[in-house]
Design a protein around this ligand. Structure first.
Ligand code: NAD
Length: 499
C-alpha cells in the first residue's frame, strides 16, 4: 500500500509509531494509500525546522524571495498534468477541474512574485521638525495553514504562496482525505530553491490541528474548512494569542430576475451547481427565481439540461463531474436528500438513481433538483456540499435579497439581470462577501481578495491580494530624527503633531 509521509526540512519524514488514515480512490471506492497522522513529536520537528530556517529567509532580500516564486511557477506549469492526475485520483474531480484547481493556485503564486512591491512600507518626510516617519511590514515568524479537501492545490497555495513570499516559514496541515498534492507542491518549492525548513507539510487530524493552535512558536494560523471547525479554530487559536483567519462553509444563492437571460442562467447553473459534484465553497446550490413565471420557465429549461449531465469516472473526458470524495460524504449528501423530502420539498430530479456508472463501487451521486424549498427547512439552512440544487421561489426583489442576506452563510452570491440599476442596488445591499453580477462563481482574481461574511469567515482579513500580505505580516512604524548638533533646538525634541 502506498504511504504518504510528512515533509519536514526538505525531506520526507516518517514516524512508524503514528496512526494512519485511509486515502480512498473515489472512482472505485478502494483504499489507495495510507497517510500518517502526526503526533506532537512530528509537529515539534516541523516547528523546529521552520524556526531554524525563518530568520535567514526573512533576511533574504525580497527580490530573491520572489525569484523562488518565479521558479516555482515554472515548475508548476511543467508538472501541471502530473499533479492534476494525482489530485483527481484522490479527490474525484474531473481532470479539467483539477487543472483549474492548480491554475487558481498558480495565479496566487504569480501575485506572490510581486512581493517586493506588495511588501513595501510607507514613508512621510518631515512629519515634524527634522522628523521622518516610515513603516515596514515584517514577517510574523513561523506560521501555519490548515486546509480542506476540496481544493488541495489552490488553497494551500493561497496561504503558503503569500506567507512565504513575505518571509515567514510555514507549516501546512492539508486535508487527510487528499494529502498527496500538497506534498508534491512542497517538493517543487524545494526544487525551486526554497531553503529547507521554510515549507513543511505535516499530515494529521484534530490532534495535529490542536497542536498547531496551542503551539507557542506558531504566530498565525489560516484555516479553511467547515464552519463549526472554523469557529473552533478561531476561538482556540485566538485564546492562545495567535493571529487567526478561519474561512467556513457556504450556501450561495443565485438570484434570477424576470428579465434575466434564462438560457445563460441554465448553462451557468449546470457548472455552478453541479460542477465538481457541488464540492466547492463557491458553488451555487440555491437558485432564487423572482416571480412564479420566472420559476416555471427556469424549471422547464433546467430539467433537460440536468438530464444531459454526465457523471462518470474523473478521467473520462466526457464527464461533467466525477465521484464525491468519500463514501462517508456520499452518505451525508444522501441524508440531506432524505431530509429535504421529509421536510416537504418537491424532488424534481433524483440523482441517487440516475446517470451513475453502474459498474463501479465509486462514490457517485447524480445531479439532484428540488423545488418549493422554503427558508424554514433545515436542508436549506445547512450546507449540503454535494450535487444538489434547491429552488427557493421569491415573490419580489426584496424577498430575494433578504433570503441571501439573512442566511447564516455569506460567502458568495450571484444575480442575473439585464437591469444595471437593480444589479447595483443588489451589490450594495446584499449581506454577503463576494458578489457576481451575471457571473455564477464570483471567485475574485488573485490580486483582489477572497473571503466571505457571517459564518463563512471568522476573523477579519481575507485570503491573498493585499489582505493576504496584511495577514502574514506585522507593521512596524519608525519615527526618526538625526540631529547633527548645528541647530540650537537640536536638544528639544518636538513631538511631530506639535511641531
Ligand atoms: P473540514 O472542516 O472537515 O476539514 C478542514 C480541515 O480541518 C482539515 O484539514 C481537517 O483535517 C481539519 N479538521 C477536521 N476535523 C477537525 C476537528 N474536529 N478539529 C480540528 N480540525 C479538524 O472541511 P472539509 O470537509 O475538508 O472541506 C469542506 C468544507 O470547507 C466545506 O464546508 C466548504 O464550504 C469549506 N470551504 C470553505 C472555503 C472558504 O473559503 N470559505 C473554501 C473551501 C472549502
Amino acid at each position: 500500500m502506498r504511504q504518504i509521509n510528512h515533509y519536514i526540512a526538505g525531506k520526507s519524514y516518517i514516524d512508524e509509531s503514528e496512526s494512519t488514515a485511509s486515502v480512498f480512490a473515489p472512482n472505485t471506492g478502494d483504499v489507495q494509500a495510507e497517510v500518517f497522522l502526526a503526533n506532537q513529536n512530528t509537529l515539534q520537528k516541523a516547528v523546529d525546522s521552520a524556526l531554524a530556517a525563518q530568520t535567514e529567509w526573512a533576511a533574504t532580500n525580497p527580490q530573491r524571495r520572489a525569484r523562488v516564486m518565479f521558479k516555482f511557477k515554472e515548475l508548476l506549469e511543467a508538472n501541471r498534468d502530473r499533479l492534476a492526475q494525482l489530485l483527481s485520483s484522490e479527490h474525484g474531480k474531473v481532470l479539467s477541474d483539477a487543472q483549474g484547481d492548480i491554475q487558481r493556485g498558480l495565479e496566487v503564486i504569480e501575485f506572490a512574485c510581486g512581493i517586493p512591491h506588495a511588501q513595501k512600507g510607507e514613508y512621510t518626510e518631515g512629519a515634524g521638525p527634522g522628523i521622518d516617519v516610515y513603516s515596514m511590514r515584517q514577517a510574523l515568524g513561523v506560521v501555519a495553514g490548515i486546509t480542506p479537501f476540496n481544493f488541495p492545490a489552490m488553497i494551500p497555495m493561497w496561504m503558503f504562496g503569500v506567507a512565504i513570499a513575505c518571509g515567514n516559514s510555514f507549516i501546512l496541515k492539508p486535508s487527510e482525505r487528499d494529502p498527496s498534492v500538497p506534498v508534491e507542491l512542497a517538493k517543487l518549492m524545494t526544487e525551486a530553491g526554497l531553503p529547507d525548513g521554510v515549507l513543511n507539510v505535516v499530515h494529521g487530524n484534530k490532534e495535529a490541528v490542536d497542536g498547531i493552535l496551542d503551539h507557542k512558536d506558531i504566530k498565525a494560523v489560516s484555516f479553511v474548512g467547515s464552519s463549526d471547525i472554523a469557529n473552533y479554530v478561531y476561538e482556540r487559536g485566538a485564546r492562545a494569542g495567535k493571529r487567526v483567519q478561519a474561512m467556513g462553509g457556504a450556501k450561495n444563492h443565485g438570484i434570477i430576475m424576470p428579465d434575466a437571460d434564462l438560457d445563460q442562467v441554465v448553462a451557468d447553473l449546470v457548472g455552478a451547481a453541479y460542477g465538481s459534484a457541488g464540492e466547492r465553497c463557491m458553488a451555487l446550490p440555491v437558485v432564487v427565481p423572482v416571480g412564479e413565471e420566472t420559476a416555471e420557465k427556469l424549471k422547464a429549461k433546467l430539467i433537460p439540461a440536468i438530464k444531459d449531465i454526465m457523471v462518470s469516472h474523473s478521467e473520462d473526458p466526457n464527464a461533467h463531474y466525477g465521484p464525491v470524495v468519500t463514501g462517508e460524504h456520499k452518505a451525508r449528501i444522501e441524508g440531506y436528500i432524505d431530509l429535504a423530502i421529509e421536510e416537504g420539498a418537491e424532488l424534481v430530479y433524483d440523482g441517487r438513481h440516475s446517470q451513475i456508472p453502474t459498474d463501479s463501487k465509486g462514490f457517485f451521486i447524480g445531479p439532484t433538483l428540488f423545488d418549493h424549498v422554503t427558508k424554514d427547512m433545515r436542508s436549506y439552512q445547512e450546507e449540503i456540499f454535494g450535487p444538489v440544487l434547491q429552488i427557493v421561489r421569491a415573490n419580489d426583489f426584496n424577498e430575494a435579497v433578504n433570503l441571501a442576506s439573512d442566511h447564516q452563510y455569506g460567502n458568495g452570491v450571484a444575480m442575473y439581470t439585464r437591469n444595471g440599476h437593480a444589479a447595483r442596488e443588489f451589490a450594495q445591499r446584499v449581506n454577503v462577501g463576494m458578489v457576481g453580477i451575471n457571473v455564477p462563481i464570483p471567485v475574485p482574481v488573485a490580486y483582489h481578495t477572497f473571503g466571505g461574511w457571517k459564518r463563512s469567515s471568522f476573523g477579519d482579513t481575507n485570503q491573498h491580494g493585499m489582505e493576504g500580505v496584511k495577514f502574514w505580516t506585522k507593521v512596524k512604524t519608525i519615527t526618526q530624527r538625526w540631529p547633527d548638533g548645528s541647530d540650537t533646538n537640536d536638544n528639544a525634541f518636538v513631538i511631530p503633531t506639535m511641531g
